[in-house]
Design a protein around this ligand. Structure first.
Ligand SMILES: Nc1ncnc2c1ncn2[C@@H]1O[C@H](COP(=O)(O)OP(=O)(O)OP(=O)(O)O)[C@@H](O)[C@H]1O
Ligand SMILES: N[C@@H](Cc1ccc(O)cc1)C(=O)O
Length: 460
């Protein structure tokens, strides 16, 4: 863990070279807690020299194991953005080929193979996620007065594997890997002795990620690879292959894994992700996720997930110490990330949705999509109904199972405890109409009492 032992002299030299927030020396991000490891682990000052001499090329890969990237992947993207801000060339690799093989890192059993159409669909979605975040950063976060950013290059490793002859690959590339080293990888060790074991396909994964790096080195002189800390084994495999074949020095940097409150890694296949695709996690839910950040975590996340400089973060935290109840750092964090992922428009929607919950005003519901409504009132039962001509308020309440019995319904509605789209309805025989009771997104939000919500999706 080189960063734990980094010397004061080294840090002073970094500081001289990079007094600005977007320095060419991205190693300095270590002050923000951005790096976990560096590979090879004695190369900090060597890297510093290289970064200081000329713009470099860096890459990170994303496998198409789902149809969206998530907040864990966002940390890798933000690190790539720091490189871009420092004037370096950035390559994002989509694993059209590696996604078919399956990375065993962090997985306790073999992945299920995805059909080729799904992989292609996922690739398209991940490409869009990346393009949107890079564009939002350029448009809304990068200052107009600063230098022009070099555009990100997005490549798919299927393009080169499709052209490679398999016999030649095994005989020429495979020869550079030693079984002993491959077997020692954590991703292999943790599986090989388990009951489920490991397929040859996943065992071979490291060779493919290693070859990607060699390919990108030849193509773009790409000497740096970054990834989450679970990627160390694959990154070191690439380093080994390149040292044997290309005889060039290359370097890997790993980032800490973003985890849930329980300490589990957020992952595409882990079923716990906060997604970047607004259809899967609305701007409102993303915003709320970061608004809920604990006080003890918020400074660390501001350093990792925003582009505020350390002085600005210090000021934000000072303001917090004066008025902790205002949750100012949480707001800065949520706004910054929502803007980066969903643009200004997404941030406006997230703010509108937040006010829709707290203002209890029908106007605040009108602009929401049905997905946003569902995500905002997560956990509310969803009932699909056909709008029949004589449906009354009482019928609606009963069909949505808002009340246990009809006499409960009559009592509660007449006492003023039933709401449609935040508006109190007391007449049990009032007829439901599209104009009066249904939102433009063809839903209605019912509420019984203070906080029991139900969502009606209308079939038309
Ligand atoms: N929670 C996380 N925190 C930090 N980095 C992460 C996190 N999850 C993934 N990454 C990194 O993002 C990059 C792309 O990872 P990948 O495409 O495999 O996503 P994943 O979410 O880990 O997918 P899967 O769950 O299918 O393994 C890798 O460098 C990986 O280490
Ligand atoms: N193995 C990485 C994704 C990746 C794929 C190919 C690469 O060349 C690099 C990275 C992951 O699953 O997280």
């Amino acid at each position: 863990m080189i960063f734990k032992n980094i010397s004061r002299r080294y840090l002073r030299s970094c500081w001289k070279i990079c007094h600005r927030n977007h320095s060419r020396n991205i190693l300095k991000l270590h002050e923000r807690g951005m790096y976990q490891d560096i590979f090879p682990n004695t190369s900090a000052s060597e890297i510093l020299n290289i970064l200081n001499q000329s713009p470099q090329c860096v890459y990170a890969g994303f496998d198409p194991t789902a149809n969206s990237l998530h907040v864990g992947n966002l940390l890798v993207i933000i690190n790539l953005l720091h490189w871009q801000r420092g004037g370096h060339n950035v390559v994002a690799l989509l694993g059209g080929a590696t996604g078919c093989i399956g990375d065993p890192s962090g997985k306790s059993s073999d992945r299920l193979a995805l059909p080729p159409e799904t992989i292609q669909e996922n690739i398209n979605c991940l490409r869009k996620n990346l393009e949107v975040v890079f564009e939002n950063h350029r448009k809304y976060i990068w200052s107009k007065n600063e230098t022009k950013l070099k555009p990100i290059k997005i490549v798919n490793n299927e393009t080169w594997y499709r052209k490679i002859d398999s016999i030649q690959f095994v005989s020429e590339i495979g020869r550079n890997f030693r079984m002993g080293t491959m077997l020692l990888k954590h991703s292999v060790q943790s599986r090989i002795n388990s009951e489920v074991g490991m397929s040859f396909t996943e065992f071979a994964y490291q060779i493919f990620q290693a070859y990607d790096w060699l390919h990108l080195l030849n193509e773009y002189n790409c000497r740096f690879q970054i990834g989450g800390s679970d990627q160390m084994g694959n990154i070191s495999a690439g380093h080994e292959l390149i040292s044997r074949t290309a005889k060039k020095n290359v370097y890997g940097l790993t980032l800490p894994l973003v985890t849930t409150e329980e300490g589990d890694k957020f992952g595409k296949s882990a079923g716990n992700a906060i997604w970047l695709d607004p259809q899967k996690t609305s701007p409102y839910s993303l915003y709320q996720y970061f608004i809920r950040t604990k006080d003890s975590e918020v400074e660390r996340l501001l350093k990792l997930f925003t582009f505020y400089n350390l002085g600005e973060i210090k000021d934000i935290m000072f303001k917090h110490s004066q008025h902790p109840q205002e949750r100012y750092p949480q707001q800065c964090l949520a706004e910054h990330i929502t803007k980066l992922v969903h643009g200004e428009e997404g941030l406006v929607r997230a703010r509108e949705a937040t006010s829709a919950i707290y203002s209890k005003d029908i106007n605040s519901l009108i602009s929401l999509s049905s997905t946003e409504l569902e995500q905002m009132f997560e956990g509310a039962p969803i009932v699909t109904l056909l709008l029949s001509p004589a449906l009354t308020v009482l019928d609606l309440g009963m069909k949505a199972k808002c009340f246990a019995t009809e006499s409960d319904a009559l009592r509660i509605i007449q006492a003023g405890g039933f709401y449609i789209n935040h508006q109190k309805v007391k007449k049990v025989d009032e007829v439901i109409t599209q104009a009066a009771h249904i939102l433009p997104n063809l839903t209605s939000l019912l509420r019984v009492g203070k906080r029991n919500y139900y969502i009606i999706k209308w079939l038309t």
